[in-house]
Design a protein around this ligand. Sequence first.
Ligand code: HAM
Length: 423
Amino acid sequence: MEIQAVKGTKDILPNEINIWRAIETEAKKICANFAYQEIRTPLLEEERLFSRSIGESSDIVRKEMYTFLDRKERRLCLRPEGTASVVRAYLEHGLDKDASIAKFFYFGPMFRAERPQAGRLRQFHHLGVEAIGADSPYLDIEVISLAVTIIEKIGLKGYALQINSIGCPEDRQRYKLVLENLLKPKLKFLCPDCHSRYKINLLRIFDCKNLECKKIVEQLPHIIDSLCEGCLQHFKCVQDGLKNLDIKYEISPYLVRGLDYYTRTCFEIISPHLGAQNALGAGGRYDNLVSDLGGPSRPAIGFALGIERLITALSAEKEKINVCFAEEPLQLFICTLGEKAKQAVFPLVYSLRKAGISCEINYQDKSLKGQMRLADKLGAVSAAILGEDELRKGVIIVRDMRTKEQKEVPLINLNMLMTELKK
Ligand code: HAM
C-alpha cells in the first residue's frame, strides 16, 4: 500500500497486545499497592508548558517537539513527556490545595521528533509516576523502589539501577562554573555539538558519544563533589534506604539528565539488551517545577518507563513472549451446519457472551473441517457443533479440543452448557 505508518511510529497488532496489557495490568496493580492513583491528561498541550518546564535549551524543546499553530493560531504541541502535564493538571484543578501528598501514575503515548533508530521512536509510550508534595528522601526511596518492583514483577531480570544527585540550583551553578573554567582551554578538542552545548546547555556534554569528547569529559570532577550539606545528606539517606530494601544500585557520577526541571536525586534504569538506547526508564526529583509553573512550593519526584523498551528487553530474555503473557483463551467456538443452524446459533452466542463466556462463530462458507481448523487456530478450549439434526433433537455437541471427547448437551439448558464449558 502506498500510505504507510508515519516514520518512527508503530502499530501494535493483536498478536502483540497481550504483553502490553500484561504490563499495564501488573503496573496498575503495583501502583495501587503503593497508593498511587491513575491520571489521564490530554495528548495536546500548549507548547509553552514544556518550554517552561523541560527548558528552552533542552534537546527536547529545541529540536524534538511536534509543535504547530492551530486554526486560531495557538501554539500547541503533542506532549513529549508526562511530568509537566501532570503538574499542570495538579495546579489547574487545585489539587495542590490538599495538604497531603498527591501520588499519580499514567500510561500513554509521548511524541518526540527524534531521528528514528533501534529503541528510539517518534511516538512511544510511558508508564509514568509522579509523587508531588514532599521533599523527604523517603519519598525518593519509595519512587525508586516502585520502578524496580514494576520491572521485577513483569519478569525482567537483567537491569541495573544507576543513581546520582545533581543537587539544588545553587550547587549546579557552582558546578557549571568549575566545568566552564576547566573546559575553556580544551574547547578546541571538543566536537561541534559540544561547542554549542558549552554555550547553551553545559551539562549535556556528559551525553556526548564522541570518543575524543568522552576522554576529556571523563577527567572532569563529579557533581556530587559540589553538593551542599543538605543535598549531600539527602543523597546519603536515599542510598541508605535503598540498601535497607536490598535494592542494588550504582552511583553514576556523570548522570545529569536532559530535562531542566530536575533537582537532587536522579536515576536511570538501564538494560544490557537495548544497545545504544539502553535506558528502560528514568526519573528524578523536581523540587521547583510546581512553583516554576506558578504554583506553591511543592517538591516532587517521579519517573517514566519506556514501554517499548521494556518489551524489547523482555523479548530478549523470554522466548515466545506472547505465549508467556497469553490472556484467557477463547472458551468456545461454535461450528454450524446448514442455514437453520446459522440462524439458531445467534441467540445462543448472544446469551453465552452476555453470561461471560467468550465465544466465536463462523461467518464464512466453511466445511465442518474448516470450522474446526479455525477453532483450533483461535485456540478455543471447546468447540461445539450445531447442525439440523442437533436442532431437531434440541441438543448441541460439545467437544473438548484437547482430549477430543464429545458430549451432547441439551440446548434448552444454558446453565448445563456453561457448566460443561467451565469444567
Ligand atoms: P525521559 O528520560 O525523557 O524522562 O524518558 C523516560 C524513558 O522513556 C526513557 O528512559 C526511555 O525508556 C523512554 N523513551 C524516551 N524517549 C524515547 C524514544 N524516542 N523512543 C522510545 N522510548 C523513549 C521523562 O520523560 C521524564 N518525564 C521522566 C520523569 C517523570 N521524571 C520525573 N517524573
